[in-house]
Design a protein around this ligand. Structure first.
Ligand code: DP6
Length: 371
């Protein structure tokens, strides 16, 4: 067995959203969801096996996590050790608190708690490192990621990924698979606009519980709308039909936020800037005479736009006239477009984004080192 593994696992952005659980303990969702992985934003995580230690230790961006407050880590670690025992490693686990524990050090290259799926990358990375340490198979590791955070199971794969809700009570059939790998649509890009990196008010876990308990629209979404959308989106992806893909993406984002508003008390994740952003995307598409960009919003005000590489420069230019965009985060793709510095300095835009990141779409997790 290895002793220490470092991996990089990117965030993923859902095109068809996961919202609502059928089992909160096992993190089993009510509906399938589909996502794309956003390469440029990731968690770099090292998991080290501590033999003889009395507790686990997790730090995220230099901050030690209180593991008594979050059962997510304990659940994931317990499952990993259970699977490991099943493979015949029995040593000293019966010996009270002394046994195998983990030290996790995780750094994200983007603000956490900004509705930027940081938990997906973080838990995905822990599960992948544990897989590498103990040679779990892909499905086992995927279920472990899910125990950390539902959306994390989608970050374990590149390309277009589908998390199957599954039907069984034990969750054995609830895991993510790849629908298409990243080479299927290499020109696809995402742009993440961070408008507000403040911690969101009601986290996803509590928010979706509220929706499950109170939204009358949610069952219709989960049972009727999502299955149709998953088919439509997969077909559009296969045919490289951007217009259909984009329309499904935007409609599903809209419906997710409609469910939030249908919850009681209502959940408000979109801000004024998010609304202006949606209008702007619509105007961009109108001005181009075709649907060339799709927006989507998770449980926070930040926007993610999907588009073809050839549309990136035009879209940034268009957005820059309406929002104040920073240079920050743009370095990697500088040859594609430029922020007009005059426009930026003299912008009378009502809203400013604090960070804009353009990324390729679809490349999955990376193993950095193991020993
Ligand atoms: C709106 O995966 O963060 O981003 O399973 O409770 O940890 P838990 O929730 P989480 O929820 C993500 C919700 C979403 C939509 C999505 O990513 O599918």
């Amino acid at each position: 067995e290895k002793n220490s593994v470092t991996v990089e696992v990117p965030i993923n952005i859902a095109l068809i959203k996961y919202w609502g659980k059928r089992d909160e303990e096992l993190i089993l969702p009510l509906n399938d969801s589909v996502s794309l992985t956003v390469d440029a934003l990731f968690a770099r995580t090292t998991v080290t096996v501590l033999k003889g230690a009395s507790e686990h230790e997790v730090s995220v961006n230099g901050k030690l996590q209180d593991l008594t407050k979050s059962s997510r880590y304990s659940r994931l670690f317990a499952e990993a050790l259970r699977q490991r025992r099943k493979r015949g490693h029995n040593e000293s686990e019966s010996n009270g608190s002394v046994g195998v524990h983990f030290k996790v050090t995780s750094e994200t290259n983007f603000p956490t708690c900004a509705g930027l799926a940081s938990s997906a990358a973080g838990f995905g990375a822990i599960a992948l490192a544990l897989q590498e340490l103990f040679s779990f198979d892909d499905v086992e590791a995927n279920r472990m990621a899910r125990l950390g955070s539902g959306s994390a199971c989608r970050s374990m794969l590149g390309g277009l990924v589908r998390w199957h809700a599954g039907e069984s009570d034990d969750g054995l059939d609830s895991y993510a698979t790849q629908l298409f790998d990243e080479s299927e649509w290499p020109s696809l890009r995402s742009i993440v606009f961070v408008f507000d990196d403040m911690e969101k008010k009601v986290g996803s876990t509590l928010g979706m519980r509220r929706s499950v308990e109170t939204s009358a629209l949610l069952p219709h979404r989960a049972l009727v709308v999502v299955p149709q959308r998953v088919e439509k989106l997969s077909k559009a992806f296969e045919e490289r039909d951007f217009e259909t893909l984009a329309t499904v993406i935007m409609q599903d984002s809209n419906q997710f936020h409609a469910i939030c508003l249908d919850s009681h008390p209502p959940l408000k994740y979109l801000s004024e800037s998010s609304w202006d952003f949606m209008v702007m995307v619509q105007e961009f598409n109108d001005s181009m005479g075709a649907v060339l960009a799709a927006y989507t919003f998770d449980a926070g005000p930040n926007a993610c736009v999907f588009l073809e590489k050839t549309s990136v420069a035009n879209f940034i230019k268009f957005a820059n006239e309406r929002f104040c965009l920073p240079q920050k985060g743009l370095d990697e793709v500088r040859e594609d477009y430029e922020i007009d510095e005059d426009l930026r300095q003299n912008s009378s835009a009502k809203y400013a984004a604090s960070c804009v990141v353009v990324s390729q779409v679809g490349g999955g997790p990376r193993l950095i080192s193991s020993d």
